[in-house]
Every structure is written in structure tokens, then in C-alpha cells.
Design a protein around this ligand. Structure first.
Ligand SMILES: Nc1nc2c(ncn2[C@@H]2O[C@H](COP(=O)(O)OP(=O)(O)OP(=O)(O)O)[C@@H](O)[C@H]2O)c(=O)[nH]1
Ligand SMILES: [Mg+2]
Length: 391
């Protein structure tokens, strides 16, 4: 189960640069609006500050972080004229890459660079976001309308199930026509069931990645922090770019999306250096730690994922489960046999473990517990599963 984050945005917004910063894949970037047609796919390790302290204790042969996959696709805003006239939205090829993404990272150009064409001519990340949203909404609208046509026909038989579906689809249609994201609606169980089949783009959890010039990266991050903390921001004194950032951040807060600022080209260059050198260079510029790491971590959170750990002399390892997963499901990530033969889990939270320094000390202190099938795994749990496959 590779969880995937789709990187989308207008042409020349820095998607491939971000992809390279994230994956260190060195995919070719374009200085001209010819847009990547082929998708770039890469798997990245999720940085986790808990792995090293555990490794210091266990001295394992191997340290294995958990991973997320990123897909970098062609720029949007270039839907063929024919498709636009028919109001079909995005091309089938583009959709093929993005329909199955579990979340979206939406890259918004906020850097000035006279050598790089901007299809909307000026720097305005909020306007660009609106135009991207419009395309996503038109695409969703066409999926919803097609389904509505089919369901309406079926509902004529008087079947209650279809009638309810028609009601739901109409609600989606109205929302999209009013320029709302489907994810902004209040959704109950019947809606969620239907949404599983519709793969709507405006339903996906999203993160806005403001791709800023390195000269304003520090300020951009300060602003994002202030807005997320609900502090006041005096907009009058801000430059046009920073105003744009504030608008995007407010919108993100309102709709429950995440937001991050990076300098994609700087980070793509830095990703080719050894990590320590990159970190040192950033510090010499007075910049915070790598934004790419933040994008990975935020993406991971967006997907509603949590990490549990296993630790021993062979390996210290991070594993991914969905929030709410119970102990046997977590065990199944390691091996299906362990899920099948699950007996109990020995669980100690990372923080407690680090205080104790060993499993023996944790047991003595009573922070290492035995948990059963119904135990809901928490982020940062260190687990050891007892199982019996002989059954
Ligand atoms: N100054 C500056 N230039 C950038 C930044 N990010 C990207 N660029 C430049 O913008 C151009 C386009 O970057 P890409 O990463 O190829 O953008 P893209 O969104 O993948 O472009 P398409 O795939 O063609 O849609 C390249 O010349 C990059 O060097 C940035 O943060 N600052
Ligand atoms: Mg590209």
C-alpha cells in the first residue's frame, strides 16, 4: 500500500523542482512552458526524529524510515480548447495520474523570475489557486453530472437507494456550481460511501505549497506561523507576494487545508548536497530547516497517517497505519501471519521508553503494557507483537 501525493499546479510553477527536492530524483526541469507530459514518480522517506534516539539505544544493523510516494504531473491550466468548450475539464491523461492520489500538493508560484514564463503573467498565488480550483471543479462537475444522469434513470423505478443517491449528487452539483470544494461540505456516511466510487478531485485532502523566492522564505514562514496561530497580520505594509501568501494561508485555514512555504529551486539544488552541508548552508542564509521535509511531514499528516515503531538489535523501524487502526491491523503491516495469529501486543510509548532507556526498565516502571485486539494504536507507540501461526 503505497500512499501517494499528487503534485499539481500551473505550468512552470516549480512542480518538478519540488519533486526533485523531495525525492532527489533529478528529473529534468523546464525553463519554458513545455510542461512535463510524462509523470515523474518517486518514493521518499518520511523523516522521523524518533528513529535516531532509538538507534542510539539498540545499535541496530538497520534503521528503516517509513515512506510516501509523490507523483509530479503536467501543468494544469492548459486543458485543450476542445475539452474546455465541452466543459469536460482536465484531460484523460492528466486524470489518469491524479485520480488515485490520496492527497494533493498544490504548487503555487510565488517566485519572481523573468526568465520563467507565467501563464497568468503576474505573481498572484491566490488568483492561481482560484483558477486551479475552477479546473478541478469543472472536472468533478462533469463526473457528478454523468453519474447523476445514470442514477436518475435508475431512480425512476422508485428504488429508495437510487433516490437518495440522486439527492446527494444534486447537493454535490450545487456546491461545485457555487465554487465550493466537495471536501468543504458536511458529509455523512451515505455521502462517504458514494464518494469512494466517484474519486472526486475536490474531495482529496490538500496542501498548498507556496513556492517563494528564497529572499522572502523567512518572512513567508513567519506569516504562515502567525496565521495558523490566529494572530493578527498587518497586511498594509506587505509586498504583493506576501499579501498573496496571507490570502492563501487564510483560505487554507478556513477550509481545513495545510499550507507550507518552500523555495523549490533552492531546495532542489540543496538536495544534491550531503544533508549536513545543506543544513549548514541554510543556516548561513538564516533560513529554517528544509521545507521539503516539512512538505513530506505535512503530507503524511494530511493522509491521516500515524507512525508506530518497532525496535530491536536487528532493526529500528517506522511503520505507517491509518489513524484509528487497531493492533492486529498494525501487526499486519509487518506480516500478514502476525495479524492472522495475533495474540497480544506489548506496547510502550516512545516518550516513556526514552525515559526508561530499556524494555526491562519500562516493564519495571509499568509503562510497558499488554494490549489486546481492540487496542487502537497511537502515533509513537513502540510495539512488539506476540502471535501464533500454528492455529
Ligand atoms: N527563481 C526561482 N525559480 C524557480 C523556482 N522553482 C522553479 N523555478 C524555475 O522555474 C522553471 C520551471 O520549474 P519546473 O520545476 O520545471 O516547473 P514545473 O511546474 O514542473 O513546470 P512544468 O512541468 O513545465 O509545468 C525552472 O526554470 C525553474 O528553475 C523558485 O523557487 N525560484
Ligand atoms: Mg514539471
Amino acid at each position: 500500500m503505497a500512499l501517494t501525493i499528487g503534485i499539481i499546479g500551473l505550468p512552470q510553477s516549480g512542480k518538478t523542482s519540488l519533486f526533485n527536492a523531495l525525492t532527489q530524483a533529478g528529473a529534468p526541469i523546464g525553463g519554458y512552458a513545455t510542461s512535463t507530459v510524462q509523470a515523474n514518480v518517486g518514493v521518499v522517506q518520511v523523516p522521523d526524529a524518533r528513529l535516531q534516539p532509538l538507534a542510539d539505544i539498540f545499535q541496530p544493523k538497520k534503521i528503516t524510515p517509513t515512506t510516501v510516494e509523490f507523483v509530479d504531473v503536467a501543468g494544469m491550466g492548459q486543458a485543450s480548447q476542445a475539452a474546455k468548450e465541452k466543459k469536460e475539464g482536465l484531460s484523460a491523461e492528466f486524470l489518469g495520474h491524479i485520480r488515485n492520489a490520496d492527497a494533493l500538493a498544490i504548487v503555487l508560484r510565488t517566485f519572481a523570475n523573468d526568465n520563467v514564463t507565467h501563464i497568468n503573467e503576474s505573481i498572484d498565488p491566490y488568483r492561481d489557486l482560484e483558477s486551479l480550483n475552477a479546473e478541478l471543479m469543472i472536472t468533478d462537475l462533469s463526473s457528478v453530472e454523468r453519474r447523476l444522469e445514470r442514477t436518475s434513470r435508475a431512480a425512476k423505478s422508485g428504488d429508495k437507494k437510487y433516490q437518495q443517491e440522486v439527492e446527494i449528487l444534486k447537493r454535490f452539483k450545487d456546491a461545485l456550481e457555487e465554487f465550493k470544494l466537495v471536501k468543504e461540505l458536511e458529509l455523512g456516511q451515505p455521502e462517504h460511501t458514494l464518494l469512494k466510487e466517484l474519486f472526486l478531485l475536490t474531495m482529496k485532502p490538500r496542501m498548498y505549497v507556496l513556492n517563494v523566492s528564497e529572499s522572502i522564505l523567512g518572512e513567508a514562514n513567519d506569516l504562515l506561523d502567525k496565521i495558523s496561530a490566529g494572530e493578527n497580520v498587518d497586511e498594509d505594509t506587505l509586498s504583493a507576494e506576501l499579501k498573496g501568501i496571507v490570502k492563501v494561508a487564510r483560505r487554507a485555514k478556513e477550509e481545513g487545508s495545510e499550507v507550507a512555504a518552500v523555495s523549490a529551486s533552492l531546495e532542489a539544488e540543496l538536495s544534491e548536497l550531503p544533508e549536513e552541508d545543506a543544513q549548514e548552508y541554510l543556516e548561513s542564509l538564516g533560513l529554517p530547516k528544509l521545507g521539503a521535509d516539512r512538505v513530506i511531514q505535512v503530507g503524511y499528516r494530511l493522509l491521516n497517517l500515524i507512525t508506530f515503531l518497532t525496535a530491536g538489535e536487528d532493526e529500528v523501524r517506522a511503520w505507517t497505519v491509518t489513524q484509528g487502526a487497531k493492533a492486529p491491523e498494525a501487526a499486519g503491516k509487518i506480516h500478514s501471519d502476525i495479524e492472522r495469529g495475533f495474540i497480544r501486543a506489548e506496547v510502550v510509548h516512545f516518550n516513556d521508553f526514552i525515559e526508561c532507556g530499556s524494555f526491562a526498565a519500562a516493564t519495571k516502571k509499568g509503562v510497558l503494557r499488554l494490549e489486546g485486539k481492540e487496542y487502537v494504536v497511537k502515533d509513537g507507540d513502540i510495539a512488539h507483537f506476540r502471535f501464533n501461526v500454528g492455529k
